[in-house]
Design a protein around this ligand. Structure first.
Ligand code: PLP
Ligand code: ZN
Length: 424
């Protein structure tokens, strides 16, 4: 049974068949999948979803493809982050830990849906333009599905992300340029070769995968929508789709009341076209040339920037950006308080969450969810200069004991100083 009825232009409303199309022929607006929400309402319930697989496919009625291609994407933990909440002064904070996906980032959600659709549409070759995580995920899914795969990346990508793509055996094309150059090239390649470019030619289907982040959050909160969500932004697609997911859940009868959620955006200072537009009170997103350690978010010309800003405005949310230093601090803060090791995008989210609380943009009483979208082992170089071992010793008990004494003495000193400061 199908719950979709084609594609529709987000701007002029013109309708299209459910094919590999992504822009409106008339106004160049982006195309979106159309669902029959009444039909879905009759087909699903909280209970039917709870009985479903422990993956994104428990929400298959609200996705534009149903699949046998399941590598275990989704249904990641929503962690109650009491330690980080206390440190930031928030009453109730949750972290959606998407570092635990099959290729250690949220991109598995969008790629699982895109690949399922590409197979349905009869493609034998999958391709993408990637800032790194997408490359990992497309290569892994293509391997599982037995499809040919071309992955285009900026040449200066982190070694961890290159290896985590190469291992699955794709054709890995390193381009001398930044992501926006790669993306432009891929649009031309897509015109020349009949391949399914997951984030270009079949983008409307791909983008829908991000909704599962919102669906799962609500289910894991006991079918409640949070008061505030903090979302990292590259193209802005995930932010708009998480917002859309809350509305859809209401439309199909999964919520008791209409969602009332504020959506806030997090970017790196070195690539902040969306947060800059927000702060300047304009919907006109001015492209930038990215220069940041958060390479997974380094899209200088974000395709969904405008729509993301609309969501911030509509929901009364806000936007912040973080410097490279603050990103590293954010990674360490998250690891130290909650035991989660995130990549630079996670550092961006935590650093911006902190700023949003400090500036009062997030109220201390708001139940807040922050999205941690990628794992730290892929961007080790970001923290390498900052971290090290506690002691280096000869393999003897004496050596350990005497080293331990000085280490403990040091922490003693720190504690005493802390107490003294507080007493004064
Ligand atoms: C791609 C990516 C994002 C943001 O995705 P958009 O939908 O393009 O805004 C966030 N976090 C990580 C780790 C990513 O790889
Ligand atoms: Zn149109």
């Amino acid at each position: 049974m199908s719950f979709t009825s084609g594609l529709k232009c987000r701007e002029c409303g013109r309708e299209y068949p459910e094919e590999a199309l992504h822009v409106c022929e008339f106004c160049f607006g982006p195309l979106e999948v159309v669902y029959d929400y009444e039909k879905i309402k009759g087909a699903i319930s909280r209970e039917s979803i709870e009985r479903g697989p422990r993956s994104i496919w428990r929400y298959k009625e609200l996705l534009p493809a149903s699949s046998d291609l399941d590598i275990g994407t989704g249904y990641t933990p929503l962690i109650k982050a009491d330690n980080l909440a206390a440190e930031l002064g928030l009453k109730e904070l949750y972290l959606k830990n998407d570092t635990l996906n099959p290729t250690w980032s949220f991109k598995d959600r969008v790629v699982s849906v895109a690949l399922a659709k590409a197979i349905e549409l009869g493609y034998d070759t999958i391709a993408c333009a990637s800032t790194g995580n997408l490359a990992n995920s497309v290569a892994a899914h293509a391997a599982k599905a037995g499809l040919k795969c071309y992955v285009f990346i900026p040449r200066d990508l982190e070694p961890g992300k290159i290896m985590a793509s190469a291992v699955y055996g794709p054709n890995l094309v390193a381009v001398d340029g930044n992501y926006d150059d790669v993306n432009r090239l891929c649009s031309e390649v897509a015109g020349q070769y009949d391949w399914a470019f997951v984030n270009i030619t079949i983008r409307p289907y791909y983008a829908e995968g991000s909704k599962t982040l919102g669906f799962e959050t609500v289910e894991q909160l006991g079918w409640k929508v949070p008061d505030h969500v903090v979302i990292p932004v590259a193209s802005g697609s995930m932010l708009t789709k998480i917002h859309k997911s809350f509305k859809e859940m209401h439309k199909v009868g999964l919520l008791d009341e209409e969602p009332n959620v504020r959506v806030s955006a997090a970017q790196a200072e070195g690539c902040n076209p969306v947060t800059t537009a927000f702060k300047n009170n304009t919907f006109n997103v001015k492209p930038v040339k990215p220069d940041t350690i958060a390479k997974s978010l380094a899209i200088g010309n974000p395709a969904d920037g405008y729509y993301g800003l609309k969501v911030l405005e509509e929901t009364g949310g806000s936007a912040e950006d973080a410097s490279d230093e603050e990103i590293v601090e954010g990674i360490k803060l998250l690891a130290r308080t909650e035991g989660i090791f995130a990549e630079t995008a996670g550092g961006v989210t935590v650093a911006c969450l902190k700023k949003l609380v400090e500036t009062g943009k997030i109220d201390k009483d708001e139940t807040t969810v922050a999205y941690i979208t990628g794992g730290g082992l892929k961007t080790l170089e970001a923290v390498a200069d900052d971290l090290g071992v506690t002691m280096v010793i000869e393999p003897t008990l004496e050596a350990f004991s005497s080293s331990l004494e000085s280490v403990e003495a040091r922490s003693q000193t720190i504690k005493v100083q802390g107490l003294a400061t507080r007493e004064i």
